[in-house]
Write a protein that binds this ligand. Structure first.
Ligand code: SAM
Length: 209
């Protein structure tokens, strides 16, 4: 199943950004800026973007940490990372790594913040638990995990494509996660807060270590 999802994302990678633009209209840029603006990270800090996909969040994160800071990005799809590298090739403080969310190749306490945009709900139960443990491990004391997810699209065609993606991820499992996400996050973090994006289409769960 994991391999199937990797193949799915490798194949989907070339049209992924166009699909997201269709899904979100003009709002996507604002949503990413909104997430980056929530970060308490100052110039010189370090941030990890988990399940980075085509790296759309990375330019905003790089701006937040400045040229002396560090942004790491991880994804298990080679295709998605290829698109991400193409988009961010001129930035020197970015490191894109192929890897799995449940086994992060970073030292404990490395990051002031970990972000994960529109991806966490796809992880399977045990993978998700292990990924949360790993996020807690790589966060510095007091560090924050920012989990951003979106609501259902209104346009029928886009909604159909969204359901198709949910089917690949396992629709029942996703619904289960959306119902229980706060309780799950509270098991791993000392403080959990929900913030709605200005568009109302996405939410960010702020989870403090
Ligand atoms: C819906 S995309 C979101 C991409 C990006 N964060 C964004 O906001 O556009 C989900 C991403 O999660 C990645 N992914 C899914 N499961 C993963 C895992 N176990 N480890 C690493 N990456 C994973 C997929 O390859 C895909 O790029």
């Amino acid at each position: 199943m994991r391999r199937a999802r990797q193949i799915y994302y490798d194949g989907f990678s070339a049209m992924y950004d166009r699909f997201v633009a269709m899904h979100s209209g003009d709002s996507q840029r604002r949503v990413r800026e909104f997430l980056a603006d929530l970060l308490p990270v100052v110039h010189g800090g370090a941030v990890l973007d988990l399940c980075t996909g085509t790296g759309s969040l990375l330019p905003y994160l790089a701006q937040r940490v400045g040229p002396s800071g560090r942004v790491a990005a991880l994804d298990f799809s080679r295709g998605m990372l290829r698109q991400g590298r193409r988009k961010t090739k001129d930035r020197c403080n970015l490191l894109l790594v192929q890897g799995d969310a449940e086994n992060l190749p970073f030292a404990a306490g490395s990051f002031a913040a970990v972000t994960c945009s529109h991806a966490f709900y796809e992880l399977k139960g045990e993978t998700r638990e292990q990924a949360l443990r790993e996020i807690g491990r790589v966060l510095a004391p007091g560090g924050i995990f920012f989990m951003m997810e979106h609501d259902l699209p209104e346009r029928p065609l886009v909604r159909l494509l969204f359901y198709l993606r949910l089917a690949v991820a396992g629709a029942g499992r996703v619904r289960g996660f959306l119902r229980q996400e706060r309780a799950l996050l509270e098991r791993h973090f000392s403080r959990v807060e929900k913030v709605l994006s200005p568009t109302g289409r996405s939410k960010v769960m702020l989870c403090q270590k």
